[in-house]
Design a protein around this ligand. Structure first.
Ligand code: NAP
Length: 320
């Protein structure tokens, strides 16, 4: 099969399109013909060799994708060849024509969801759902700030929170991003590059502050976030690319808390909730994955550069 292969950690250019052995399904495994692969920021950290998870070299990148079950091994009972699926955290990478997955890593893809949309479900929707339901324990009557709402996780969070009944404030760094954030359901959208925008966020809550923050760039925003929280507010760290100092008294004064997580730490029971919720949301149209760009697999290098650029507008997808 054709696959992107990494032989050494480093810059995006270490990714090469090569012929690579097609995986074979062993007991409890399935091979999925990948029609679309999701590109995520952590793919770039992993390729650079700076991520907590360091794969054995050579490896095929890609933690999620969507396609059709090609073959199944012994003991697989829930899926058969021909089923439309999305895969999350599979055994072998999705930047390839085929990916090997355990049965627990396969999830049904509703007919109305395209493969490109499906490739952006696991990480973006999974993280947003897990953050809102399990970590923030968000409630319909609360106000949410999605700090970085124009990207994969942010848009999913806006859609899910609106469907829950929350009041949603989202931020983006471009006019196009702000328009998208409003279109997908945020009642308020502010540009995180405009000086004084945090005052606008507070004003939108009539000075009360927001109950929940989902933070995509904590190393830049966490100190300011703590001043935006309402009493008993919760700041949930989803993304961070460095260090920051905060004023602990901001938390004390509000009886507020900061919590971080990674999707890799999710429990089996939480994962069952997440995928049941996502499937229902996809079917009833409250979750609508937004595909920003479809890029041919051969141009994975470009995809890794663009995912870290400003001006996010939904998910970046690779097409094998
Ligand atoms: P993405 O699609 O690249 O989107 C990045 C988002 O961050 C965009 O909305 C971008 O807005 C926004 N942003 C840029 N500068 C910002 C600033 N100063 N303040 C607030 N937001 C800012 O990435 P993603 O897939 O949504 O992931 C977002 C972050 O979460 C990444 O760091 C990723 O590694 C992390 N993440 C963590 C987990 C986990 O398990 N904890 C799971 C998934 C993702 P503009 O481009 O419009 O400026």
């Amino acid at each position: 099969m054709k696959a992107i292969v990494v032989h050494e950690f480093g810059a995006p250019e270490v990714m090469k399109l090569e012929e690579f052995p097609t995986p074979k399904a062993g007991p409890g495994q399935a091979v999925v013909r990948i029609h679309a692969a999701g590109v995520n920021p952590f793919d770039t950290y992993m390729r650079a060799g700076t991520y907590a998870i360091k794969p054995q070299l050579p490896y095929v990148p890609g933690g999620e994708g969507a396609g059709v079950v090609h073959s199944v091994g012994e003991g697989i009972t829930q899926f058969k060849a021909g089923d439309r699926v999305y895969v999350g955290h599979p055994v072998t990478g999705t930047y390839a024509e085929y990916s090997l997955a355990l049965e627990s890593q396969l999830h049904r893809l509703p007919e109305r969801t395209t493969f490109s949309q499906g490739a952006g479900i696991y990480v973006a929707c999974g993280t947003a759902y897990h953050a809102l339901y399990h970590h923030a324990k968000a409630r319909a009557s609360e106000t949410l700030l999605v700090h970085g709402a124009s990207g994969g996780v942010g848009i999913a969070a806006v859609q899910i929170a609106r469907a829950m009944g929350m009041t949603v404030i989202g931020t983006a760094g471009s006019d196009k991003g702000l328009e998208l954030v409003r279109r997908e359901g945020a009642q308020y959208a502010f540009n995180h590059n405009t000086p004084g925008y945090t005052d606008d966020i507070l004003n939108a809550t009539n000075g009360r502050g927001v109950n929940v923050i989902l933070e995509m760039l904590a190393n830049v925003n966490l100190a300011a976030d703590l001043k935006l929280l309402a009493r008993y507010g919760r700041a949930i760290i989803i993304g961070s690319r460095g260090d920051i100092s905060i004023t602990p008294r901001d938390l004390m004064a509000r009886t507020a808390s900061v919590r971080g997580f990674t999707l890799w730490g999710i429990t089996e029971a939480e994962e069952a909730d997440v995928h049941a919720g996502i499937f229902a949301g996809l079917e009833n149209g409250t979750i609508r994955p937004v595909v920003g760009k479809e890029i041919p697999l051969a141009e994975a290098v470009r995809a890794h550069k663009e995912i870290l650029e400003k001006g996010a507008h939904g998910k970046i997808i690779l097409i094998p």
